[in-house]
Structures are given as structure tokens and as C-alpha cells.
Design a protein around this ligand. Sequence first.
Ligand SMILES: [Zn+2]
Length: 507
Amino acid sequence: MARKIYIFDTTLRDGEQAPRCSMNLAEKLEVARQLEKLGVDIMEAGFPAASPGDAAAVREIARTVKNVRVVALARALEKDIDTAWEAIRKAESPRIHTFIATSPIHMEYKLRMAPEQVIEAAAAAVRYAKHYCSDVEFSAEDASRSEPDFLCRIFSAAIDAGATVINIPDTVGYAIPEEFARLVAHIKANTPNIDRAMISVHCHNDLGLAVANSLAALRAGANQVECTVNGLGERAGNAALEEIVMALRTRRDFFDLATGLDTAQIFSTSRLVSKVTGVSVQINKAIVGENAFAHEAGIHQHGVLANRQTYEIMTPESIGLPQNSLVLGKHSGRHAFEERLKYLGFALDSARIDELFAQFKILADKKKTVTDRDIEALARGASGTIPETYKLERFAVQSGTQLAATCTIRLARKDGSVYEKAAVGDGPVDAAFKAIDEIVGRTLELEDFRLSSVTSGEDAQGEATVKVKFEGRTWNGHGVSTDILEASIKAYLAAINTMEWEMAVYE
Ligand SMILES: [Zn+2]
């Protein structure tokens, strides 16, 4: 029997705290549900002491997911631990994760504490967390630049205080695989009570070695690995979940280690995280990049056609990569459409499918071919989890080179009332957003606005992504249409609807 490796996902904590990767509450919940579907063993939902918004998000996630352990991060401080526990206490399986830095440079300059004080603080924090929660993880921040024997002492003290998991982070991405494996083996061999705790690792990618270091550590005896979807995270990011999991699966012959993940959910998870954070996946990214399974060179194509294994070490199906071919057209029925949605990883209720099917019919009339990408974009365009406070009824625009753009918009509010406003702006998109602001009665700051095409060709669908700011908080929205102005309006409304919903939830 292969040894089981526990996958600890920290996309919602380490990934989310990276610059320009923030997610709003609705997006975090969507990612959390998808991670549960992917089958991660543990998910770090956030750092509740960071802000009341973070705490509220962790609380909602803890209430939402069931088949996964939910972790809240806390510094080795009583008030952080109180806040962390408050946020996860309703989780089916909660864990408090507390940490303190252990490298000479961090202890001296950041903590201004002597090594003995750091050990005492770590043990005290674990003991304090333990009176709330039976499952407590302790991390020695900057472990890879810490004294190995000091690590053994602090881990031993943490385990005596009740820690169930001890984590060895390469916080600054400094480690080299062989050296990191040696460190893990040293800790395993020289921490007297180590048999009472699980060994975890958490690697950063500053030298591009996060996955290599994580895999080396697992071979050396670690049995929990902390990672993120698409490798998001501070600076150069964390170890990429999809790379670790697929390396273990593809090279099971070498590692003899197993995870409980449903790898066929990897592609949808990657796309979802990319979508909600607005951070695209590089085209040649291992496992989930657009080119990862594309065979361009003629000789390779020939080989793959004769026998896929000539150039393929994994199948596209193993990560749930949809075949991007013509699948549906204007004559396709609702059943075929529903089957396709299921295949693409969308579990939607019947009313939602009806609504999407109506949109699909309109799209199939406008476009010659409707691909999986188009359908994904439709389904993601409005995931259905956010109630629509405002819905677009119609719009009209007047613009040209010699004339200021004017846009008239008609929106229906969920209480049944209908509003129509016109506004003038620098171009049609600006005019449309101003007209919407007038109806909604709020002046939103547009932080980011991007247009991209879902597929190629003249009849391609355009996808708009907007980020709006209001009273210091930001919300993202996505919209899809064959008309880029309509896609932009839908994206703007999606951001507003999320904002309205969240404001109501938090009140
Ligand atoms: Zn980290």
C-alpha cells in the first residue's frame, strides 16, 4: 500500500494574500466548494486576525464545506488564536494553525526575542490553541534558514504542548531539494516525540524549486504538503498543487505515495481560480497551461496519432481537460447541453440550466460553432450563486469619431421596478458604466477593466472582466457576449450584484 499524502490547500490564504489575487466572499465560497469537490484533505481558509472581512470569509467557508478540514491561521498570540477559533468553531473539522519565526535573522530583527523565549512562546500558543481545538498545527516560519537542532527542540516543545502537525516552511524559497530533504529527515530522526505528530512542508517558489522541494520532502518522510492552485502565493508563489499531485500520480512507480484527490477536477479548479483572481495561467504552465497537452510539431502529432504514449506521459482526461472541439450547435437539445455542462464540471440546478440553455440558443444563432470554451464562459459568466439585484433589460449606444458617446441603459431591479438612464462618456463603455452608476445611485471607482476573446474567429465571444472599488473594498465581475459592450455591461453589473449581496450579508 502506498503511503498516503495529505493535501493541504492554502489558495484561500497564502494565494489570496498575494498582490492582485484578492477574492471577495462569493468568490472564496465558490473556490472552497470546488476545492472540496477536488478532494483536498485540508483547506486553509484565511487569516482571521488580518481583518474583519477575512474573519467573516473564514466563518462562511467553515459553515459551507463539510468533507474537508478547515484551517485558520494565527500568529503565536492569544488574540490571534481567539479570532481564529471564533471564525472556524462551526466547521465540521476545524484546525488552528499557529506560527512563529525560528531563523536567527527573524528572531533577532523581527521578533526581537531570544531563542529560549521563542520556544516558550510557541509552546504557550499551542497550549492556548489546544484548549479550543484538538487539532493544532505549529509552523516554524523561515525553517529552511533556521538551525536544524533548534527546530527539533521547538517542534518537540510544540508536540508536548499538544501540536498534532508540525510544519517546516521554506518561507523565502531558499531551499534546494537534497538539502531540504536532509532537513526533513534530520527533524524526523532527532525530534524525540515526532511519532505523535504529522510532518508537513510549505515551500515557496522564489528559485522555481517549490514543487521539487516539496516532493523531496515527501520522499524524506513528510506526509502533509501545503500548496496552492496554479501556484499562486506570496512573491513567486507557492508549490503548485496540480504539479505535486500529478507528479505523484504519473510517477507512482518512483514515489509510491498516494493522494485522495479526484484529479479530473484539476482543470476546472485551475480555471475557476484564474477566473476569480483575474490572474491568467501562463500558456506553457505545467499541467494546466493552454499548451500543456498541445502537440504542434508534425513529428509529434504523427507519433501521438499512432500511439498517444509516444509523447504523452499523462492523458488530458486525467486532469479533466475538456476536448476543445465543436460539440454543440443550434440544433442541440437541452439534454445534450445539460450533459455537456456536467462533463465540464458544472453541477447546476434545473432552473439555472434552463436559463443558460436559453442563452446558449441565442449564442448558437449568432455563432457557427459553439465550443466547450463558449459553454464554460456562459456558465462562469454568472455562476448563479449570487442573486441578481439588477438585471440588464436593454441598452442602446450612440458613438462615433466626431461625437461624444451616449449610452441609454434599462435595468430591472429584483423588487420588480425598472429604471432607465442615459449618460455621456469618453467612449461607449464609459458612458454605459456612468448610466449604471446613476441607476444604482453609487459612484464606483473602476480599478481594472479587461477584454479578451473566449475563442478565435470573427464570431468569437468577448469576455469582459472588471474590478470596481467602493468604500475601500473591491469586487470583480465577469461578462460574456458576442458583443463586447454587452459583455462589459454584464461584467459591471455582476460586480455590482456581488457588492449588493455582500453588503446585505455583512449587515
Ligand atoms: Zn507561505
